[in-house]
Design a binder for this molecule. Structure first.
Ligand SMILES: Nc1nc2c(ncn2[C@@H]2O[C@H](COP(=O)(O)OP(=O)(O)O)[C@@H](O)[C@H]2O)c(=O)[nH]1
Ligand SMILES: [Mg+2]
Length: 226
């Protein structure tokens, strides 16, 4: 526990230097190749960080998008997907999602609908990319149509973590979409609004406590008087 906490200040320092930080998560059944894909993309530059408290691995990656330094936190599960559901903190403040299935196992494709539903419960708006992995095992699958992505209006990729087909493309697209989402989403305003609401609530509670002590005051403005 104490060890995990000790790692965090270093992460924060890096964030301080970046123009923008985005969080990208990976979803899908066990053994579809999520970890392999991340490792394939990050190959030499990655430093996996096992955060046992959160049961996940964090891969940090720095890149440039439109001249800005972008720090990417790739989140990978540490096996929690076996329970067909992830902890809410996994989704918290994610800016994009890469959803993976295994072209060799139909069930992993069928389960995409469940993963997608859970994703949308927590993150209704973030970009989501659908990835059909392991095409090296049988290239013929690329002739087949997998309609889930099209139905949901999501970008779709045939990839192979084993031979590297399309891996860089998927991750680059995910980063661009994540940065775009972060810069254009209403997340920030939502946060400001929530802060304001809390502030007003506290003020009101403070006032009503005082009202109990003092004589009741005339309301300053009657509703609809403006
Ligand atoms: N043939 C093939 N096997 C793969 C590919 N990607 C992953 N695997 C294998 O699938 C298994 C599960 O991969 P892993 O990345 O641990 O899956 P995760 O549970 O989704 O993280 C491992 O044995 C990998 O070697 C791929 O593109 N092609
Ligand atoms: Mg894994």
């Amino acid at each position: 526990m104490a060890g995990d906490a000790g790692e965090l200040p270093e992460l924060d320092l890096e964030k301080y230097d970046a123009d923008e930080c985005v969080k990208i998560i990976c979803l899908g059944d066990s053994a579809v190749g999520k970890s392999k894909l991340m490792e394939r993309f990050l190959m030499d530059g990655y430093r996996p960080q096992q955060l046992s408290t959160y049961a996940l691995t964090l891969y940090k990656y720095t890149t440039t998008v439109n001249g800005k330094t972008i720090l990417v936190d790739f989140w990978d599960t540490a096996g929690q997907e076996r329970f067909q559901s992830m902890h809410p903190s996994y989704y918290h403040k994610a800016h994009a999602c890469i959803m993976v299935f295994d072209v060799q196992r139909k069930i992993t494709y069928r389960n995409m609908a469940n993963w997608y539903k859970e994703l949308r419960d927590y993150r209704p708006e973030i970009p989501c990319l659908v990835v059909a992995n392991k095409i090296d095992a049988d290239m013929k699958v690329t002739q087949r149509s997998f309609n889930f992505a099209k139905k949901q209006g999501l970008p779709f990729y045939f990839v192979s973590a084993a031979d590297g087909t399309n891996v860089v493309k998927v991750f680059k697209d995910a980063i661009h979409r994540a940065v775009n989402y972060k810069q254009n989403s209403s997340d920030f305003m939502d946060e400001v609004m929530r802060e304001l609401e809390n502030f007003e609530l506290e003020q009101r509670e403070g006032n009503s406590e005082r009202d109990e002590e003092e004589e009741e005051e005339e309301p300053k403005e009657k509703p609809g008087s403006a």
